[in-house]
Every structure is written in structure tokens, then in C-alpha cells.
Ligand binder design. Structure first.
Ligand code: AHG
Ligand code: MN
Ligand code: MN
Length: 333
């Protein structure tokens, strides 16, 4: 059995200029994931379910667990000292590690510390999403906003942790997607899913259909297409929606499917965040042989303009996303 630590060290040579920093950084993420996992497992008896009553910069109510996960990831990553800054869904501004070590670090990390956090109160899977880039500002200086506003194509590492019926860490460095399952008795992540590939055709569609009336016409048409009876193409597809992007994505990655969070009449840019959610998931999806679009363009080609930018998101099995793309093109999205 290969552990996550062994696997990362083994693959270190995949990076042309590997110096061990990314290895240490992934180690920090692994450690924070274990700490957050421990708290999530006892959420019902620790006083960490429910909301704080405070809204984040995006106008969403923060859950106690959002803040706990944010603090743990931030502190663990800062302690390892391998990044010059962090941007988080739960922070208004990016955080600059303005120390000698921070100024001389090559990488920035962006994260959604707890994804699907409203599910925690009802014992449904949640996750953490992370994305790592090389800074563009000169080494030796404090990190700048521009270091975080890079297109997804520049990602060096992306991944997620799913705190589900088992806890898994899934990541890519651009050489395939690899999944590790945590053995809770030992607290060790073991390689369980090497080189994950999403089937080109699936039979699951995942969307919050409660918003149906607010969807653009192209999305409505595609949903009706998903529901049509046509056995040779596996239709009608099965509808599955957890409301935790990480969990919905993970299921579709393993089984084949399409995940959609389109624009709606009340949220014209959709809900998901380009930097913390869509880009890392797009990198993983493309590495697994799937597609991730904003409806038309590749997610990873978009030049971000602000930290908390939102974007419509269509992602999954190649043939399913291509079918959707044609309908969006014809009828609008
Ligand atoms: P977060 O908990 O980080 O704010 O993310 C919630 C996101 C995502 O996980 C999920 O797919 C989506 O919001 C669900 O939104 P709806 O409840 O609008 O369907
Ligand atoms: Mn999220
Ligand atoms: Mn979140």
C-alpha cells in the first residue's frame, strides 16, 4: 500500500524545477485535512454546527465550520512557510505572508476551506478545494493581487478533500488525477484510485432544478433532453444533486455525468467562484479526460478580474458536456 506522502515524494521529479516545496505544501494540506476531518466527524457533539450569524464578503452566511476550516488550513499552511500568500473564499482580501520566508516563497494557494458547508448540519458530505499557482511577482517581494488573478491554465496543483462516508484526498499536478483514502484508525491516506478517468459518456445530470424557471433557454432545453426517453443513449439520465460541489463532482468523476451551475435570472454570473471552485475542478476534470466550460469557453482560459468572481459552470463527461454546449450555443445560456 502506497501512502500519500510516499506517492508525492515519488512523483516529485515530475516537476522540472522540483525543490521539495510543493511536497511540503501538500503535506500541510494533508495535515489540515485530517484536523478538519476529525472535527467534522464529531460535529454533532462539538458546538460547531450552525451559522455564526455573520456574512462573508460575498453575502453568504458563514457557518461555524467554515471559519474553523478556514483557520486550520490557514494556520497549517502558514506554519509550513511554503507560500507567499493565501486567498480564501472566507476572507475579504488575500493574506500576505510578509516575512523573510513568505517573501521568498514561489507559490500562492487559493482555497474553499469548506465546500457545501450548509450540509454539515444534516450529516451530508462536505469538502475542501485547493489550487496552487506559481507567483508572477518577483521573489523577495510581498505577494500581489495579480499573483492570485491567474487563469486556471497556470495552476501547478489542484485538488479536493471529500469528507464523506470515507475521507478522500484527490489531486492533480498535471500528470493525471490520483485519489487517496484515509484509514481512520491510522490517520494515513493510502493510494486507492490511481489515474482516475471519467467515462466519456455518463448517465447522471446534477443541477439545482429548483431554479428551473430562472435558467436560460439553452439550459432548459438541455434538461428536457436529459429527461427524454431514448434507451440507446441511456436517456432518461438519472438526476443526482447533493448540493456540495465536491461530492457531486466526485460521484460524477467516478461514474460519468455532468454537473451544471448555470446563470439564473437572479444570479446572472451563477453562484460558483472561478478561483476557489471552478478552476481547480476544471483542472481535475480535464486531467481526468472530461471538459469544464462556462457554457462556451474553457473555464481555465478565463482571465480573472477579481478574487471572488463568479462564473457559470458546466463540467463532466466529454460527450455529455459537448451535447450541452451545442444546445447552449443554439438557444443561449
Ligand atoms: P460553499 O459551501 O463553499 O459556499 O459552496 C456551496 C456551493 C457548492 O458546494 C454547491 O454545489 C452549491 O453551492 C449549491 O448551491 P445551491 O444550494 O444554490 O444549489
Ligand atoms: Mn464551495
Ligand atoms: Mn465554502
Amino acid at each position: 500500500m502506497i501512502t500519500l506522502g510516499e506517492f508525492i515524494v515519488d512523483k516529485q521529479d515530475d516537476f522540472p524545477e522540483a525543490s521539495g516545496e510543493l511536497t511540503l505544501l501538500l503535506g500541510a494540506i494533508r495535515l489540515a485535512a485530517k484536523v478538519v476531518n476529525r472535527e467534522i466527524n464529531k460535529a454533532g457533539i462539538a458546538d460547531i454546527i450552525g451559522s455564526t450569524g455573520v456574512e462573508n464578503v460575498q453575502g453568504e452566511v458563514q457557518q461555524k465550520m467554515d471559519l474553523y476550516a478556514n483557520d486550520k488550513f490557514k494556520a497549517t499552511i502558514e506554519a509550513r512557510g511554503e507560500v507567499c500568500g493565501i486567498a480564501s473564499e472566507e476572507e475579504d482580501e488575500f493574506i500576505c505572508f510578509d516575512t523573510e520566508r513568505g517573501r521568498n516563497s514561489k507559490y500562492v494557494i487559493l482555497m474553499d476551506p469548506l465546500d457545501g458547508s450548509s450540509n454539515i448540519d444534516v450529516n451530508v458530505s462536505v469538502g475542501t478545494i485547493f489550487s496552487i499557482y506559481k507567483r508572477t511577482s518577483p521573489l523577495g517581494t510581498p505577494v500581489q493581487l495579480e499573483d492570485f488573478l491567474q487563469p486556471g491554465d497556470k495552476q501547478v496543483v489542484a485538488g479536493y478533500v471529500v469528507y464523506g462516508s470515507s475521507t478522500m484526498l484527490v489531486y492533480t499536478t498535471g500528470n493525471g488525477v490520483h485519489g487517496f483514502t484515509c484509514d481512520p484508525s491510522l490517520g494515513v491516506f493510502y493510494l486507492s484510485h490511481e489515474n482516475m478517468q471519467i467515462p466519456d459518456n455518463g448517465s447522471i445530470y446534477s443541477i439545482n432544478e429548483g431554479n428551473y424557471l430562472k435558467f436560460p433557454l439553452g439550459v432548459k432545453k438541455y434538461l428536457k433532453y436529459c429527461q427524454e426517453i431514448d434507451p440507446p443513449t441511456n436517456r432518461p439520465y438519472t438526476s443526482r444533486y447533493i448540493g456540495s460541489l465536491v461530492s457531486d463532482f466526485h460521484r460524477n468523476l467516478l461514474k460519468g455525468g455532468i454537473y451544471m451551475y448555470p446563470s439564473t435570472a437572479s444570479a446572472p454570473k451563477g453562484k460558483l467562484r472561478l478561483l476557489y471552485e471552478c478552476n481547480p475542478m476544471a483542472f481535475l476534470m480535464e486531467q481526468a479526460g472530461g471538459i469544464a466550460l462556462d457554457g462556451e469557453k474553457r473555464i481555465m482560459e478565463i482571465n480573472p478580474t477579481e478574487l471572488h468572481q463568479r462564473i457559470p459552470f458546466f463540467c463532466g463527461s466529454k460527450n455529455m458536456v459537448n451535447d450541452a454546449r451545442l444546445m447552449l450555443e443554439e438557444h443561449g445560456y
